[in-house]
Design a protein around this ligand. Structure first.
Ligand code: ADP
Ligand code: MG
Length: 485
């Protein structure tokens, strides 16, 4: 079986639903809140009562534009809405307002960096606007299913890829990038565990080298990146096994049972829904003017991929460092602010990923709550670079003191604690001279060729200065004065 698996590759296309962080719903003014009391944000419009009319929340369009522009998609000028009809207890209107034949964005791509692989572009088929359904809850009451309609009508973007992904790791990497992107763009909080980002995976397998696609299975509604990865791995094995046993893969919809790590059939193609799409009669089409697109483009926040390129190409940071710095937007924004105040980018990256992150991790704190301003960290770097304090003093003494008193300047802290090292030439020279005078026989040995004695003299100088001599300068001066002794 393992051998058979090696002969195949899997082909995956993902459909991601991202809940938008708007303050009201997609077609009504009902609040869009995650943790409101059940059925609290449900007006007659959300329920689709006779006589009510939907009204389009233009924020949904703005968010779709942000994402579409960031992915270099084509933006459609003339956008129509469609009704997708089906019966379900958590769908009070009996239909969803969505976009069928005129998605707001088509094409474009998202670059991924899969584990151990080269960067590649995953092409997008479409991004369209729609509304969420309510939530059916089956595990809170032993006898009944409960329905919470707060989520009904919450705006979603559905992001659909071409079948460009080739492994479970690809899918994982893609979801990582999508989540990063929607967070940078402030359109969705990306929390899969809370259901604000959900994923359907279309999976098929084919012999390596084959040009045609196999028959696909759709695994619905997964709410963690790990589940998506595990479901794809499971599907790949299951489908290869079927084919190797001379059976065929049935085109169907399956669900993932995370506790057992398996997918289970939900409905086959024959029983598939017919949604009877038709144009939504209660909403006028919207026209997106070029100026609107330009307006959104102008106000687009920095994108993780752009920052990554700048950090590696212009700042000379490693891909590893750039990856960590751009992983989360708040960290990247702090680094952006930090590098406004220092040009020592490597030191800035090291301080942020080392001392600062260590401090935050110890306290389970986000950088949003970090008390020290980027300017102050830049000032520490400056103190080190000008030889006023050593790295060790900066990390072990000044930084902790600064977190306790973030309003003080690092320089003032170092001065008042007597941590400024002596790099002033006159004073240093006196220490070195005193050390040489103390051990004339060692000076003679040095002159005789025992160069390793520099270390001993350095020790003496550091002792005399009580650790405050600038080691780099002192070392240089010890060598010079020994040579000239
Ligand atoms: P539907 O309208 O039934 O959802 P689509 O053609 O729109 O089907 O495709 C939905 C998703 O399935 C897309 O992400 C697409 O890339 C993916 N897909 C299509 N064919 C295959 C295949 N043979 N194997 C894997 N994924 C596929
Ligand atoms: Mg689909």
């Amino acid at each position: 079986m393992e051998n058979a698996l090696d002969k195949y590759e899997c082909v995956v296309g993902l459909e991601v639903h991202a809940q938008l962080q708007t303050s009201s719903k997609a077609y009504s003014s009902d609040p869009n809140e995650y943790d409101a009391a059940p059925n609290h944000n449900v007006s007659a419009i959300t329920l689709g009562h006779p006589g009510t009319l939907p009204r389009f929340n233009s924020r949904t369009m703005e968010y779709a534009l942000r994402l579409g522009i960031a992915c270099k998609s084509d933006i459609r000028e003339w956008n129509e809405f469609a009704r997708k009809n089906y019966f379900y207890p958590d769908l009070p209107k009996g239909y969803q307002i969505t976009q069928d034949t005129t998605p707001i964005c088509t094409g474009g791509h998202i670059a991924i960096k899969p584990k151990g692989g080269a960067e590649k572009n995953i092409r997008l088929q479409r991004i369209h606007m729609e509304e969420d359904s309510g939530k059916s809850i089956h595990d809170q009451d032993p006898f009944n299913s409960l329905v919470d309609l707060n989520r009904a009508g919450v705006p979603l973007l559905e992001i659909v890829t071409e079948p460009d992904l080739r492994s479970a790791d690809d899918a994982y990497a893609y979801l990582t990038e999508v989540r990063k992107l929607v967070r940078y763009l402030d359109v969705c909080d990306g929390n899969m565990e809370e259901g604000s980002m959900r994923c359907d995976a279309n999976v098929s397998v084919r012999l390596k080298g084959s040009e045609t696609f196999g028959r696909r299975v759709e695994v619905k509604n997964m709410n963690s990146m790990r589940n998506v990865r595990d479901a794809i791995e499971y599907e790949m094995k299951r489908q290869v096994e079927l084919i190797e046993n001379g059976e065929t893969v049935v085109q169907e919809t399956r669900g993932f049972d995370a506790s057992r790590g398996i997918t289970l059939s939900q409905r086959t193609k024959e029983a598939a829904n017919d949604y009877r799409y038709f144009p939504e009669p209660d909403l006028q089409p919207i026209r997106i003017k070029q100026e609107m697109i330009e307006e959104v483009r102008k106000n687009l926040p920095p994108l993780p991929s752009e920052l990554f390129d700048r950090y590696t190409k212009e700042m000379g940071l490693s891909e590893y460092d750039a990856g960590i710095l751009t992983d989360s937007k708040p960290i990247a924004l702090y680094f952006e602010a930090l590098t406004q105040h220092t040009k020592n980018f490597k030191a800035a990256a090291n301080w942020l990923m080392g001392e600062v992150k260590g401090y935050l991790n110890d306290r389970a704190m986000g950088i949003e709550d970090f008390p020290v301003a980027p300017q102050a960290i830049a000032e520490i770097i400056e103190l080190i670079d000008t030889g006023k304090v050593s790295n060790a003093i900066a990390a072990q003494k000044i930084f902790p003191a600064l977190t306790e008193a973030p309003d003080q300047s690092p320089k003032a802290i170092a001065e008042s604690n007597n941590w400024i090292q002596e790099s002033d030439d006159g004073t240093l020279k006196e220490y070195v001279q005193a050390a040489l005078d103390k051990y004339p026989e060692k000076v003679a040995e040095y002159k005789g060729g025992k160069k390793s004695l520099v270390g001993m003299f350095m020790g003496e100088v550091m002792k005399m200065s009580r650790g405050k001599a600038d080691p780099k300068k002192a070392n240089q001066m010890v060598r010079e004065m020994l040579e000239n002794a």
